[in-house]
Design a protein around this ligand. Structure first.
Ligand SMILES: Nc1ncnc2c1ncn2[C@@H]1O[C@H](COP(=O)(O)OP(=O)(O)O)[C@@H](O)[C@H]1O
Ligand SMILES: [Mg+2]
Length: 435
């Protein structure tokens, strides 16, 4: 019996009404030691590896399967997928062609750990090479492998973990630039060497409806679309923020915007291109870092609702300064805000101002001052595709094609606010010290 047939039986026993697609069966039945799965967003990558990890654990007594995710939140999500499968399976017997699989499955479990009746365990871990090194694993799955920061550390840890047991390694990801372990494995697979390649385009996942696709298309710019849905590894050429630089700023923490005593700076990009207004808040920590503590997107809200939400946020964050885009249609919002709250500074975003904003943001990132939470996927994607574009004789910045840079501009405004504000204070201090 094929492994995928066991997986299907598990799904049937769980009563989920899911029939595995042919690519899922091919993947589950591909017993290559090293596999790389290049996929569009939402096709079912995490789902498939969670299912496979469980199936393999049931089939191999006393085995260990690790599912590694790039953030704690992701690892919790993957674990939840496995748990929900298992919890509907307690004490199920599957007999098929003489073989009987007794699935009185979970013996012990914790927040990230399932121990099965046959002595196998399935562990879901966030990106932490030290934690990974603590295991000897038969199966390692790395979810969204392109999103990992320290990926040479990860690679070394995974290889070490699997070496002793001849363990299998599977990398799953949407493409994230021509860099890192995932891209390396993909290139190797293209040359048909060590890695076995699976390409999963969204058209191979019928649960993503035509309407879903059209809705997604509206929220992604052409470069994001190419990367997230069309499986393209984008060049770093002209990227305002190379991916290594972005990832060096990413840290795995849960922002707690209302629990900070540090000075807070807010940037607001008024939504004109896709009717979304984006608000970003950063705090300046004792170590002079600028940590993102909030991003909020206001979508399909009328002017007064937006205004009320923003005022609420300003009241609760009590920022030292709020920099608001007051270009064109942003003017009325800026005017209303400055009438109702203090510390509001309007910025008219001309090409030259945009350049200054981008340079300030870029400096904060390259100097390691900016800290981005790993959960801010949308911001990370927008930063990734934000690039220098030639506008006639001058170099401008943008997201390419339709403008989808609202997260970037909102963040740039907040960082600009923090750096300008620092300068103003320093200037005032110097002024007073002159007496
Ligand atoms: N064969 C299938 N039939 C129907 N729905 C599926 C199938 N495989 C996966 N899905 C669904 O696809 C959705 C997205 O899955 P997920 O694993 O989160 O995607 P990804 O990790 O690729 O972004 C899930 O809700 C999952 O239930
Ligand atoms: Mg996923």
């Amino acid at each position: 019996m094929k492994t995928s047939e066991i997986s299907q039986l598990l799904l049937d026993a769980a009563g989920l009404g899911i029939r595995l697609y042919s690519w899922q069966r091919r993947l589950i039945d591909d017993c290559s030691r090293f596999r790389v799965v290049l996929k569009s967003r939402a096709v079912g990558g995490s789902f498939t590896i969670a299912l496979e990890a469980l199936t393999q654990s049931l089939l191999h007594d006393n085995s260990t399967a690790l599912v590694v995710s790039y953030s704690l939140r992701q690892s919790v999500e993957v674990f939840r997928k496995m748990r929900s499968l298992v919890s509907s399976l307690r004490r199920v017997r599957i007999s098929e062609g003489g073989a009987v699989y007794v699935l009185d499955t979970v013996v012990r479990e914790s927040g990230s750990y399932l121990e099965l009746g046959n002595g196998s365990r399935v562990v879901s871990l966030p990106n932490n090479p030290d934690a990974i090194r603590g295991y000897r694993a038969d199966f390692v799955y790395v979810d969204e492998a392109g999103m990992f920061r320290d990926d040479s550390g990860l690679k070394a840890a995974v290889m070490l973990t699997t070496a002793a047991r001849n363990g299998r390694v599977t990398l799953v990801s949407t493409p994230k630039g021509k860099r890192g372990w995932f891209y390396e494995a993909y290139k190797d697979a293209m040359e048909k060497r060590t890695w076995s390649l699976h390409r999963i385009h969204y058209s191979m996942a019928p649960h993503i409806s035509r309407e879903d696709v059209e809705a997604l298309r509206k929220t992604l710019n052409p470069l994001e679309w190419a990367q997230e849905m069309e499986l393209e590894f984008l060049d770093e050429e002209n990227a305002a923020f190379p991916y290594e630089v972005i990832l060096s700023c990413v840290s795995d923490y849960t922002p707690k915007p209302h629990e900070t005593d540090n000075p807070v700076y807010v940037g607001i990009d008024f939504g004109r291109y896709r009717d979304a207004t984006v608000i970003t808040a950063v705090e300046r920590t004792g170590e002079e870092k600028l940590r993102i503590i909030l991003t909020r997107e206001l979508r399909n809200q009328d002017f007064n609702t937006q205004l009320a939400t923003i005022l609420d946020l300003i009241n609760s964050l009590n920022p030292a300064a709020v920099y608001v885009d007051k270009t064109g249609l942003g003017i009325p919002l800026y005017e209303m805000l400055s009438r109702k709250a203090g510390q509001i500074i309007g910025v008219t975003i001309t090409a030259a101002v945009k350049e200054a904003l981008v340079v300030t943001l870029s400096n904060a990132m390259r100097s390691g001052r900016l800290v981005i939470p790993a959960s801010e996927e949308k911001l990370i994607t927008q930063l990734r595709v934000f690039r220098a574009v030639q506008h006639g004789p001058r170099l401008g910045y943008g997201a390419g094609g339709r403008e989808h840079d609202d997260y970037v501009i909102s963040l740039a405004l907040a960082v600009y606010a923090a750096s300008r504000h620092g300068e103003d204070e320093a200037m005032a201090a110097r002024f007073w010290s002159w007496g």
